[in-house]
Design a protein around this ligand. Structure first.
Ligand code: PMV
Length: 361
């Protein structure tokens, strides 16, 4: 089993003066949700997600050696402009990963980052953002130690991204990624995301995710606060057990292609996530009236057409509509005819399953 200490860098390697990299990393959408964590970003239950293709963060990092290695030193540009509110997050992230990447304090980092999805769309950019930064850091590490394997590169990138934002560890590599130990998934780990390598039925090839932007405002509950709500939650243990069971079921479904069963698990997971928030203390309702209107429209459309279309939700009001690629034309027509009116400014984003992070330079 791979443990945290396996990711500590060997300090005896010679440093290089300068290096420039650029990576894109996608967002991901969980099918079995991660909600609740233990210390050090260890998930309370295993989760699985589709990696997205178009909703991405693109991050360039220029590393330049400096004289002192007392403090971290970095500049941050977001969409070409300095962004003070992100600096605190990055500083915290660098501190958390220092023991695994001690070389970072010897460099000044110029971080230049942007998202492909619209500004403040209510789509969390922490997963793609932390994953893209972690990939750049691993490119530097690979330049310092070219002998590391591709597997190690991905595992450590996922491990680092996880320390920035839990679900970011599922945005590194693979179309479907599992994070968290699960009895039936060999090598699954609490400390990094693992590509789901069982054969996947062709029904899930190029699966579509159309994201309806219902509420683009600031998150009402940060994920840190949200995960904390699972401590002493009256239904926590049942929920964590259910996630294990749902992942067992989903593993088979992904292999057999049973879309009816897929829909049941995915929608139930989304509603359970929200039910956990509604039944915690303090309690929250993150869905908006239009979220419910969209869900009801999807159910009606599914009954009338028999098309395998379903929804999932993150910790917010936006709705992700999931469906196989061959129904794209019909579903997009349905969205245009019946759902756009429930989206803020009529906005929605068309995405699909992608492969993970990609190097650009
Ligand atoms: O990665 P975090 O700490 O922002 O948590 C994300 C949790 C959900 O998006 C609600 C579910 C998930 O598994 O992605």
């Amino acid at each position: 089993m791979i443990v945290e200490n396996d990711f500590i860098f060997n300090q005896n390697t010679a440093l290089i003066d300068k290096a420039n990299f650029e990576w894109s990393a996608p967002s991901n959408i969980a099918l079995v949700k991660y909600w609740g964590k233990k210390d050090h970003q260890i998930p309370a239950n295993p989760s699985i997600s589709f990696t997205l293709n178009h909703c991405k963060t693109i991050t360039k990092v220029a590393f330049e050696i400096k004289n002192s290695d007392e403090n971290f030193s970095f500049d941050l540009l977001f969409e070409g402009k300095p962004k003070e509110d992100f600096k605190h997050k990055i500083q915290k992230f660098l501190e958390r990963i220092e023991v695994y990447c001690p070389y970072l304090k010897k460099y000044h980092l110029k971080i230049d980052t942007k998202n492909t999805f619209p500004h403040s769309s209510g789509i969390a950019s922490s997963a793609s953002g932390m994953a893209a930064l972690a990939m750049n850091i691993m490119s530097l590490e690979k330049a310092l130690n070219p002998s590391i394997s591709d597997d190690y590169f991905h595992q450590k990138a996922s491990f680092l991204a996880r320390l920035g934002s839990g679900s970011a560890c599922r945005s590194i590599n693979g179309k479907i990624v599992v994070w968290g130990e699960h009895a039936e998934i060999e090598n699954s780990s609490n400390i990094f995301g693992l590509e789901f390598t069982s054969p996947i039925h062709e029904n899930f090839r190029n699966f579509q995710d159309t994201i309806l932007l219902v509420d683009k405002g600031e998150k009402q509950v940060s994920s840190t606060v949200g995960h904390d709500l699972m401590h002493n939650h009256p239904f926590a243990n049942q929920r964590f057990n259910q996630a294990h069971e749902n992942l067992s079921k989903l593993k088979k479904i992904l292999e057999t292609g049973n879309l009816d069963e897929f829909i049941k698990i995915v929608e139930s997971e989304a509603l359970t996530l929200h039910a956990m928030m509604m039944t915690s203390m303090p309690y929250f309702i993150l869905m908006k009236p239009n979220t419910l209107k969209i869900i009801n429209k999807i159910w009606k459309f599914r009954t009338e057409t028999n098309l395998p279309v379903c929804f999932t939700l993150d910790a917010g009001a936006n709705v992700h509509i999931l469906y196989p690629e061959n129904y794209k034309v019909k579903v997009l027509q349905f969205i245009k005819d019946e759902l756009v009116g429930y989206c803020q400014n009529g906005q929605y984003l068309c995405d699909e399953v992608g492969k993970g992070s990609q190097i650009l330079i």
